[in-house]
Design a protein around this ligand. Structure first.
Ligand SMILES: Cc1cc2nc3c(=O)[nH]c(=O)nc-3n(C[C@H](O)[C@H](O)[C@H](O)COP(=O)(O)O)c2cc1C
Length: 256
């Protein structure tokens, strides 16, 4: 049985209790709220690029209200499979970004990206990341930077929502990636001045965030500290802490 989407995975995981250890990691059964993390063993019939019995970590969100499966499924891995990302899929990701909403439809987003088979540009992008992010993003098959146009083209005025809109485009990109079996890990830890210098980013534009993307890989390949973080539960603040009504800090009734 395949487990390409969250529902499939949940169904599959309920039938299979994974107890074995693989590559020094103990498998955790999916769906246990104490863990929130979920392991899958790539099913035999699915084949694909990863060796049979290679572990793929899934971390579907434990939500307080139903949300779309795609939103539950998306997460930010640091372990990526070395498999290249198909160019048609890459094109879909940026097409998804293209259709984000934006203030005045200004579409202030730009992306500088490189695949691993373009080592010169890949390494220049790595140089634009802080060392911590470099340490794991170097193994992703695709990395990049988002860049914002800080002024409106139509009147040259500052666009106060430029970063917001770049974030929306990148959220589209990340969700489209997840829908295609890929995952994206975004990064604030970049060196914007370095990026400007290395990629000739003009005045009026600014690097916003880095990203690494690819097929999720086996966390066993990560150094101990990163593996711990990879396996940690995904956590969120409660709705009542940020959905207000009437005045600041007053939670709306329906989220109490
Ligand atoms: C704008 C942005 C910046 C981030 N910066 C980094 C970063 O520099 N390094 C890193 O390892 N993770 C970074 N992350 C990943 C977050 O830590 C991650 O999204 C968060 O812990 C929630 O986990 P989830 O995406 O798996 O739900 C960033 C995410 C976003 C959206």
């Amino acid at each position: 049985m395949g487990c390409d989407d969250v529902q499939d995975f949940d169904r599959w995981a309920k039938q299979v209790r994974v107890t074995e250890a693989h590559a020094g990691i103990e498998f955790v059964w999916a769906g246990d709220p104490r863990w929130q993390t979920a392991w899958a063993i790539r099913p035999r019939l699915q084949g694909g690029p990863m060796a049979e019995n290679t572990a793929v970590l899934r971390k579907p969100a434990e939500t307080s209200a139903p949300i779309h499966d795609l939103l539950r499924k998306r997460w930010s891995p640091r372990a990526f499979d070395s498999r290249a990302v198909e160019t048609e899929k890459l094109k879909s990701l940026f097409e998804a970004a293209r259709w984000a909403a934006s203030s005045f439809n200004a579409q202030p987003w730009y992306y500088i990206m490189a695949t691993k088979d373009d080592p010169e540009n890949f390494n220049r992008l790595l140089e634009s990341f802080v060392e911590f992010n470099r340490s794991w993003a170097k193994d992703a098959p695709v990395i990049g930077l988002s860049v914002a146009a800080l002024k409106f083209e139509h009147n040259g005025e500052p666009n106060r929502h430029a970063f917001h809109d770049v974030g929306q485009a990148s959220a589209n990109l990340a969700l489209q990636a997840s829908a295609l079996g890929l995952e994206v890990h975004q990064m604030a830890g970049i060196l914007p001045d370095k990026a400007r210098e290395l990629f000739f980013i003009p005045d009026g534009y600014e690097a916003v965030a880095g990203f690494a993307l690819g097929y999720p890989g086996n966390p066993a390949a990560l150094p101990d500290k990163l593996r711990e973080r990879e396996l940690a539960a995904r956590v969120r603040k409660p709705l009542s802490s940020f959905v207000f009504t009437g005045k600041w800090g007053q939670a709306a009734d329906f989220v109490k």
